[in-house]
Design a protein around this ligand. Structure first.
Ligand code: GMT
Length: 375
């Protein structure tokens, strides 16, 4: 099949999932074309089945806002025609499903029908998309997609609750390449990060308010009072500065390392003992799954789809959003007992296996085939 994928190319779960999906499809000999404004951060173009087409938005002084959707839909029309694309898969409703729909309609004028699969990722539904400014366009784009998927049951429920949806939503969870983690050699170099007796606690995100970054600092503050520990903070975003300030105020600056964005997630997780994800909202929690596949137990909130990934008392623990006390106690409980920590590490990996790429990618392929059959 020839598949066009539209996604956000930056650090962030939806772009990562779209990139991993495209790469997995290319390995299965499908021809995959990424169409976005920058090469996706995790896209390795070494496979001849993978292609990237950049969307340029010419700067024009008359426009206060440059029209990205227009440029994207035109680029989609051109690419779909040029490469005879069979299926269009857009990740994140805003503005991708909207631009995809426009492209579809333009192509129909020329007698070309391309089915569009829309995958909902979370904030396109629970935060941005639900804003009255966007809601009619998001509702329309979802209802006019040929196939709609969501990355968790929780996100499906939220979408049906918040929007007037007439389309069936199929749940296709996010996934991870478990085999790659089993076989690839990683030199952890733990000693560069911490002393042997120190526990390493990690958080990875885009540091948006929804991630509750200050809760992470508070939880770590409680942990380091009980045992030697380091906190690794990976990512960039608006909450980074306030978090750095808070570490200074609490006198734990020396124990917290802010890395910024990184492409070395597996290496960082390889020497981590615990992952913190106290988010206020989280449709799935891909970062938690990435931790789990690297044998890192997860202390998280019970927001959104996280309970579908992190199993309470098995791969980690879940607490109510904002319950720093319970999250701290659970973290200490896992970290203070080496045999319990070992058990949670093994469990985390076993739970991650439920989301193996080989289980999930065939579900997308079946949906593409279904979409093609109705076209
Ligand atoms: O979490 C973010 O802020 C990034 C966001 C995105 O759009 O990339 O992540 C969303 O999609 C991910 C991939 O499906 C999910 O794992 C995240 O849980 C989801 N984030 C939220 O719902 C807040």
């Amino acid at each position: 099949m020839k598949i066009a994928i539209v996604c956000y190319p930056t650090f962030g779960g939806s772009g990562v999932v779209a990139t991993e999906l495209g790469s997995a499809l290319a390995k299965l000999n499908h021809e995959v074309h990424f169409i976005t404004y920058k090469q996706p951060v995790r896209l390795d173009l070494l496979n001849p089945n993978l292609h990237f087409h950049e969307v340029h938005v010419p700067e024009y002084p008359l426009f206060h806002y440059q029209p990205y959707e227009l440029a994207l839909s035109s680029k989609l029309v051109d690419t779909i025609k040029k490469y005879e694309i069979d299926v269009l898969h857009v990740h994140y409703a805003i503005p991708h499903a909207y631009a995809g729909y426009m492209a579809k309609k333009m192509l129909e004028e020329e007698g070309i029908f391309v089915p569009m699969v829309t995958t909902l990722h979370g904030t396109d539904i629970t935060l941005v998309g639900n804003h009255p400014f966007y809601k009619p366009a998001v509702t329309f784009s979802i209802n006019n997609s040929d196939i709609v998927t969501s990355v968790s049951q929780s996100l499906k429920d939220d979408t049906l609750r918040l929007f007037d949806i007439k389309k069936e939503i199929k749940v296709v969870p996010n996934f991870i390449d478990v085999g790659h983690r089993k076989t690839s050699f990683t030199d952890c170099q733990r000693e560069l990060m911490a002393l042997p007796e120190e526990r390493i606690i990690t958080h990875i995100s885009n540091f948006r308010p929804v991630k509750r970054i200050t809760d992470i600092i508070d939880i770590f503050y409680n942990i380091q009072k009980k045992m030697p520990a380091k906190l690794l903070m990976v990512g960039e975003g608006p909450e980074r500065k306030p978090a750095e300030e808070k570490c200074k105020e609490l006198g734990i600056k020396e124990k917290v390392i802010f890395f910024g964005n990184s492409n070395e997630i597996d290496k960082i997780l390889c020497f981590s003992d615990l992952f913190l994800l106290p988010s206020e909202r989280e449709s799935f929690g891909l970062a938690a799954l990435e931790a789990m596949v690297n044998r890192v137990p997860v202390i998280s909130s019970d927001a959104g789809g996280i309970p579908e990934v992190n199993q309470h008392g098995v791969s980690g623990y879940l607490s109510k959003v904002g319950d720093v006390k319970s999250m701290s106690e659970n973290a200490i409980k896992i970290l203070e007992d080496p045999s319990r920590l070992e058990m949670f590490k093994e469990n985390a990996f076993k739970e991650a296996e439920r989301f193996d790429v080989n289980e999930i990618v065939p579900k997308y392929i079946a949906l593409y085939e279904g979409a093609l059959a109705i076209s």
